[in-house]
Design a protein around this ligand. Sequence first.
Ligand code: AMP
Ligand code: MG
Length: 420
Amino acid sequence: MKTVKEAQDIILKNVSALGTEKVRITGALGRILAEKVFANRDHPPFDSSAMDGYAVRFEDVKGATRGNPAALEIIDDIKAGGEPKRSVEKGVASRIMTGAPVPKGADTVVRVEDTDSSKDKVKVLVPPRKGSNIRPMGENLKAGDLLLDEGDELGPAHIGTLAMVKKKEVMVYRRPRVAVLSTGDELEGIDEPLDPKKIPDANSYTVMAELESLGAEPVLLGIARDTREALEEKLREGLKYDALVISGGVAVGQYDFVRPVLKDLKIDIRFWRVALRPGHPFAFGTGEKNVIFALPGNPVSTMVCCEEFIVPAVRKMMGAKRLFRRTIKAGLKEKVKDKKGRTHFMRALLEGSPSGYSARLPGEQGSGILMSMVKADGLLIVPQESEELKENAVVTVQVGFGFPFQEEPNLPEEKSVEDE
Ligand code: AMP
Ligand code: MG
């Protein structure tokens, strides 16, 4: 039986980034860059004003006070998007707006709030520091700088940066198309009328949502009944995609036909069974051009196998460099008993505190209790050889799928401020 790490290693050896494609930046959020992006020019492209105010020579205003202001003649009016018509000589100032180019001769911008002005005269009441309120050319980006690298995940700031260098299209890795199949005679499709003797197919939707949240393209195949023929037909269909995720039918039951039928279809089952709880009958196989994940059908097992095996695999196929869910340390709020032999992924609740996170269990941990995943903020990883985690022990919690927003913004203490 493989350890979780051994199983992940085998899976990752058998997947690689798919092809690349060009996309518009409006559709690039969450995609992984397949090229390097350099700055095509300096940004800002010229020294620009950071404030609405007056462009001046520091020499002319350095001694100004409210009692003894420096009076300057206004010789120009420079808008954002405009151009200075005159340079700033001794005794004069140009009115300037935020983002407008600083005129020749000026080395400082005085903000409007620190002046008193008429149509063509300005009195500087408060001396700025030399060079104040000027954004130097290239402060944000320097021409030729490497801005974004191959393998970077595109978030809002990345997308804005692409726009800054006028890159409307970028090369990204293709999204994997992943077929999703549920198996079981007991299962009832979401559109079928409710039958008290049947179990609603939840796993198809959990798996599709996992794939969607990763940026893959799930394709719903529906439910295969527990016969070799029914399964074979659906599996053949599923093998047309980059990957196939099957839930149920992979254990040792009389009607668990997933592995034998995969073998009939010439799929090489690389391993079956992993030392994890829940989810240990997990199997992984490779076809000619695709990979197959066979997940045990209990809803929590299905989801834990998604988190541990499908997340890193899909991320690698998408070209990402960081493949795994993040783990954090937390202080355990209660004693946790466990059985030896398997790495246990327990549903955990997290709470922030001044000394970091603390973790506790949301209650029942059965592999059929999907509500434990609904409640959970993450998965508490109980090591294979651990029989007990003591209260206050520092534990590892894997977060990602459920790491929640919070009710309060938790800003530092703030007071309302009167307008100046
Ligand atoms: P299996 O892995 O096929 O032995 O299924 C184990 C348990 O998971 C059974 O109790 C099934 O009813 C349940 N199960 C299997 N597939 C699904 C599914 N798609 N949705 C919800 N529960 C399922
Ligand atoms: Mg079954």
